[in-house]
Design a protein. Structure first.
Length: 439
């Protein structure tokens, strides 16, 4: 139960709700009931229409002092959220610090947390303010219909088929950004990315002293920082401008593989639905394409492919996601599109979704056909081969080991492509070998 404290102080309402509804107690006891009701109470966001006081009443039946501490936590949290809405971050910090102090008292009585030093409490209050601020901005954008209720992210490494998939979905009726990145000789049918979002993501990565082509990790704790909060603020505005609130917007930028963890406050807010589609292409095809388009050598290209897959997979765990084979997309686009439509179709707003995705009437069948015709098999120019130059370079032994690991990852995902938990479990089993070879 020691994760509860960090989940509350990062505003992870969805994960807390998942714990409260899926926890299995080996034995029904008064303490277990108090734990479960406390977590259910703590899973209520400050902007939630449900106050959760019935959970607090159940906690009070077991331990009135604990219930009092949690009630004081909730009151301080609500005041903090009010100050955040009013852009008074100094008072919001003060209230969050007080809220966390009360939270700690209550959780200690339940024996599900440990004592923290004062500087750690300050750090957690800063994290909570930053997360709540991002959720407040998202709530405002949703209330004003500036951002859709359901965002569709296309995740994947450069040259992995993300553009082909995004273009097909756009032709099928999903919303593309108004400020599209222009097509190039490397991508003659376009990238289907928002120029403003790309530039903001790149600027933020540079601010974090990194680059999209770097395998070095971003600074520890970056996603909870004030800089990350400001980055999320700009993304709310840019998404609002680029998509104008249109339903089912396609949000695509390979940099999101590295940055998606920074959107946790949005993903945990319960304010939007999200779907993640991850095209998976043979790593040597990606590497050869990267070399041709960007001049990146084999070792670096393979490292980037591995890193992007691991980060995208980890950031989307327990979320609605679908891996799509690049080869299946190219060879059978009709089936790939149907798979994507069935995957995305369930929504918190089924009426809008049905209108957007119903291709089973005469007027929409033609759109479906045109969408699948967007995929041009002739644009697949790379093959999964290693050149003799690659094998004779000084780093050929590293190249060989990394190539084998990348291919093993690729085959692991393909063989478990309908089993998200299986993919996570098997990639976890490979990570120690992977990190030894890309460190």
């Amino acid at each position: 139960m020691t994760d509860i404290f960090s989940l509350v102080t990062s505003a992870s309402w969805q994960k807390l709700k998942h714990i409260s509804t899926n926890i299995i107690q080996p034995k029904e006891t008064r303490q277990n009931r108090a734990h479960l009701n406390a977590i259910s109470y703590l899973s209520q966001a400050p902007y939630s229409s449900s106050d959760g006081y019935h959970y607090l009443a159940e906690v009070a039946n077991e331990d009135a002092i604990t219930a009092c501490s949690l009630s004081l936590y909730r009151a301080s949290l609500l005041f903090a959220y009010k100050h955040i809405i009013n852009k008074d971050f100094q008072r919001a910090h003060e209230e969050c610090y007080q809220a966390i102090s009360y939270l700690q008292e209550g959780l200690n009585r339940l024996e599900i947390t440990t004592e923290l030093q004062q500087d750690n409490l300050m750090a957690r209050s800063c994290c909570l303010v930053n997360s709540l601020a991002s959720q407040a901005e998202l709530q405002e954008a949703r209330t004003k219909n500036k951002i859709a209720s359901h965002l569709v992210f296309i995740l994947g490494m450069h040259r992995s088929g993300t553009s082909a998939l995004a273009g097909m979905l756009a032709e099928a009726g999903f919303a593309a950004p108004s400020d599209l990145m222009p097509a190039t000789t490397a991508n003659p049918k376009g990238y289907w990315e928002s120029l403003s979002i790309i530039r903001r993501n790149e600027d933020f990565i540079i601010e974090m002293e990194s680059h999209w082509s770097s395998c070095l990790p971003l600074p520890a704790g970056w996603s909870e920082s004030i800089s990350a909060r400001k980055w999320r603020t700009s993304l709310v505005n840019l998404i609002s401008e680029a998509y104008a609130g249109a339903e089912l917007p396609i949000i695509k930028d390979p940099r999101f593989c590295k940055l998606l963890i920074g959107l946790e406050p949005w993903l945990e807010s319960n304010l939007i639905d999200t779907s993640f589609i991850i095209p998976i292409r043979h790593p040597l095809e990606v590497s050869n394409s990267l070399h041709q388009a960007e001049g990146i050598e084999l070792y670096n290209a393979l490292s980037l492919w591995i890193e992007s897959i691991l980060m995208a997979e980890h950031a989307t765990r327990e979320r609605k996601r679908k891996f799509i084979s690049f080869d299946d997309l190219i060879q059978d686009p009709s089936n790939a599109l149907e798979t994507c439509l069935k995957f995305i179709e369930p929504s918190s707003d089924p009426e809008n979704t049905a209108n957007a995705l119903n291709f089973h009437n005469g007027g929409r069948l033609e759109t479906f056909r045109q969408a699948t015709e967007f995929i041009d098999k002739r644009l697949k120019r790379q093959r999964p081969v290693i050149t003799e130059k690659d094998l004779t370079e000084t780093a050929s032994c590293y190249n060989a080991r990394l190539t084998n690991l990348a291919i093993e990852m690729y085959q692991t995902i393909l063989s478990n492509i309908t089993d998200n938990h299986g993919i996570s479990r098997k990639l976890d089993g490979m990570k120690s070998r992977i990190f030894r070879n890309i460190s």
